[in-house]
Design a protein around this ligand. Structure first.
Ligand code: NIG
Ligand code: FE
Length: 382
């Protein structure tokens, strides 16, 4: 089957500057790409005909920050946190122990489940990081497994220092042998630049080594407190500085004068009961803002972009259209992709039909399963 037409779309949000948002619209997918957009009554015939029944169609969500290769369970840590224990990066090592002990098949099975759950919630592009292996063997296999499900793979050997390892030795490993083995399976290099993880100097060494191997930087920055992460991301022309929860004026100025996207992860603040990032301050400074899930077993175990849209609107005061932009075009910008996050002619035919007349419902009806159908490259996946 090579072509599909969706007719009678009540609201079609293309996120394409020329095509804009249209009512009573139709869209045609051909050979995995958007081939035509226009009024329903002018839509051409196609192999598959779908009637949207006045429902809304939007671009597939681009979830640009995920940690999906892991084993084990940290629900007890979450319960303790809700009872008052603060979040600490040290929990990552619990997942490292479980991940190292798991077979490839178990990790693959768990990853497949998480990817299916993400698809069902409208995510059509997923970035996936390593970072729960922290040995040459386990980081390499994490990336190999991630590569089986996405081209957006990120080497995060610098998540925390591996258990029972001297920090200087671990830095040498992450920037040496581990990078050597991991780079062929990764597109991006990331570092958790935070107290308790990697300081500014160590993070700079990690990013510089990754760039020398042809990887493109992205940075876990300013999540748990103020620090050098955001400015380092800008210095390295990183695609994205992620979290951005604790920002100084200098951080905002640096982002504003750069091509680095600020990726906000409000599910983390929700799940760690922390203050939300000041998204309005970033938007007012004309910083490009993306919103992603940060699906991981510790700080935020949700893969639901609709949930994050609701948080972005309710808790970070994005308008519903800013939030939709942040999870489509914003996510694409954070991955330096121009073929996803919109439904312009020639774009990848990744789209969602909502059980709603208007995407405002994503925030207006939190927790309600509104994702009716999902297409990736023009093929239905839900
Ligand atoms: O993005 N910040 C570092 N990494 C994850 C948390 C990982 C964990 O707690 O397992 C994050 O929040
Ligand atoms: Fe993360």
């Amino acid at each position: 089957m090579t072509s599909t037409v969706i007719r009678d779309i009540g609201m079609l949000v293309t996120q394409d500057p020329d095509l804009g948002t249209r009512t009573d619209a139709a869209i045609v997918f051909e050979h995995g790409r958007v081939a035509w957009v226009g009024p329903t009554n002018q839509a051409p015939a196609a192999d598959t005909e779908i009637d949207a029944g006045s429902r809304a169609v939007v671009p597939g969500f681009v979830d640009s920050h995920n940690h999906l290769v892991f084993a084990g369970d940290r629900s007890a840590e979450f319960a303790a946190r809700m009872a008052g224990t603060p979040y600490a990066a040290g929990g990552i090592r619990t997942t490292v122990t479980a991940t190292r002990a798991a077979s490839d098949d178990e990790l693959r099975r768990r990853l497949a489940t998480l990817v299916t759950q993400a698809h069902r919630q409208g995510s059509t592009t997923l970035e996936i990081k390593s970072g729960y292996g922290l040995s040459v063997h386990d980081e390499t296999r994490s990336l190999r497994l991630a590569r089986e499900v996405t081209e957006e793979t990120t080497y995060l050997g610098a998540h925390v220092v591996a258990p029972d390892t001297d920090p200087a030795d671990y830095l040498a490993l992450v920037t040496g042998e581990m990078l050597e083995q991991c780079a062929p399976h990764a597109k991006w290099i990331d570092v958790f630049c935070e107290r308790g993880a990697f300081d500014g100097d160590a993070a700079r060494a990690v990013l510089a080594a990754g760039v020398r191997k042809g990887l493109v930087p992205r940075v876990h920055a300013n999540q748990l407190g103020p620090g050098p992460g955001v400015r380092l991301a800008v210095e390295f022309d990183a695609a994205s500085a992620d979290h951005c929860t604790h920002l100084s004026d200098a951080d905002v100025d640096a982002l504003a004068g750069s091509d680095t996207v600020a990726t906000l992860l409000p599910g983390v603040e929700f799940s760690t009961r922390s203050p939300y990032p000041d998204a309005r301050r970033l938007l007012d400074a004309n910083v490009t803002v993306a919103v992603a899930t940060d699906c991981n077993p510790g700080s935020c175990f949700t893969s639901s972009i609709p949930f994050c849209v609701a948080l972005a609107v309710r808790e970070m005061r994005l308008t519903p259209s800013e939030a939709l932009w942040a999870v489509t075009r914003g996510g694409a910008a954070a991955l330096r992709r121009t073929d996803v996050g919109h439904l312009g002619i020639g774009a990848k035919a990744d789209a969602i039909m909502l059980d709603a007349p208007d995407p405002v419902h994503l925030a207006y009806r939190p927790g309600v399963p509104l994702i009716a159908e999902v297409w990736i490259s023009g093929q239905p996946v839900v």
